[in-house]
Design a protein around this ligand. Structure first.
Ligand code: PMP
Length: 308
């Protein structure tokens, strides 16, 4: 199935969307990005984009950090994305990658006096952590402190180092600690523990990304399961003694964690609360739960584009 990109203000085949070797963002990580999931509902023959607006609001904030003035409003970005997805006509789960980047072909470390550009493309992408339950390790790479709390490409080098270290050591995912030794995040996910019937997740302090799946999980746990989430510092040892553990992220959805640093979490199987939340989440993102349809933007047929 051919894929397309919105690039230089028009929709083109993805193979034609190219940037020059001197592009500033390529050299200095001066770009802001998002990852958005679109989920296929086969019964309805419909694609639902999940929390589209929230992702573009976060992109807008990331752009502010980099002094980038996007030439489009959040509404316009949503519309561009819906039209792109319609053109791609995928009948499977896929991923949408918007990127706002310093596009000047000009070198020199800075963020001022540079042009910026916006592109977005979509491509089929099944499960990110392609496993039913993850084996994780605590990374030797620490989560960077006092960096902007925004989704900027340059910040991802630590995550990339941590992820590869984990994979090369035979694990599925890395869990990074802050420089103070508290649990921070996975390389591309937030982390939750189940302890005594409650959810516990690292407090959104320091530089943790404001997580859209994290917020979704907290809301669904409360509304649908009557389970509160405690946001606080989490010690490394608490990882080993938790009843259950799971990761949340747009790419990873809700992924159970079976093992951390060679210790089984609970009995090493998917925990009961994790299982329930996973099920609720997968219904919600596919547009199968009418209560949460406002989070889902339907794309195909002449469904009204959610302007909310
Ligand atoms: N942490 C990091 C470092 C990430 O890249 C992501 C993915 N955006 C997440 C957490 C999860 O955030 P979200 O649920 O908003 O996708």
């Amino acid at each position: 199935m051919p894929s397309y990109a919105f690039f230089h203000n028009e929709v083109v085949p993805i193979s034609e969307a190219k940037i020059g070797v001197m592009t500033h963002a390529l050299h200095y990580g001066t770009a802001a990005f998002e990852g958005i999931r679109a989920n296929w509902n086969s019964e309805q023959q419909q694609i639902y984009i999940f929390r589209l607006r929230e992702h573009y609001e976060r992109l807008y904030n990331s752009c502010r950090v980099l002094k980038m003035d996007l030439p489009y409003t959040v509404d316009k970005l949503c519309q561009i994305t819906v039209e792109l997805v319609e053109k791609c006509d995928f009948h499977e789960d896929f991923y949408i990658r918007p990127l706002a980047y310093k596009s000047s072909e000009s070198l020199g470390v800075r963020i001022h006096d540079l042009e910026c550009n916006f592109l977005v493309f979509a491509f089929p992408w099944g499960p990110y952590l392609d496993i039913d339950k993850a084996r994780c390790c605590v990374s030797s790479w620490r989560f960077p402190k006092e960096v902007p709390r925004a989704k900027l490409t340059g910040l991802y080098i630590t995550s990339a180092l941590a992820k590869t270290e984990a994979i090369e050591n035979g694990f599925d995912e890395a869990i990074m600690l802050t420089s103070d030794g508290y649990v921070a995040e996975g390389s591309g996910e937030h982390l939750f523990l189940v302890k005594g019937g409650k959810l516990v997740t690292p407090v959104n302090y320091d530089s943790l990304l404001v997580g859209i799946t994290r917020a979704t999980a907290i809301e669904l746990a409360k509304n649908e399961l009557g389970i509160e989430t405690v946001e606080r510092h989490v010690d490394r040892v608490e990882l080993y003694t938790a009843d259950e553990c799971f990761l949340t992220g747009t790419a990873a959805n809700i992924t159970p964690v079976a093992e951390i640093d060679g210790r089984k979490i609970g009995n090493g199987e998917i925990g009961e609360i994790t299982k329930k939340l996973q099920k609720i989440y997968s219904e919600v993102i596919r547009g199968n739960n009418p209560k949460y349809l406002s989070w889902c933007t339907p794309v195909y047929k002449k469904s009204p584009i959610a302007e909310a």
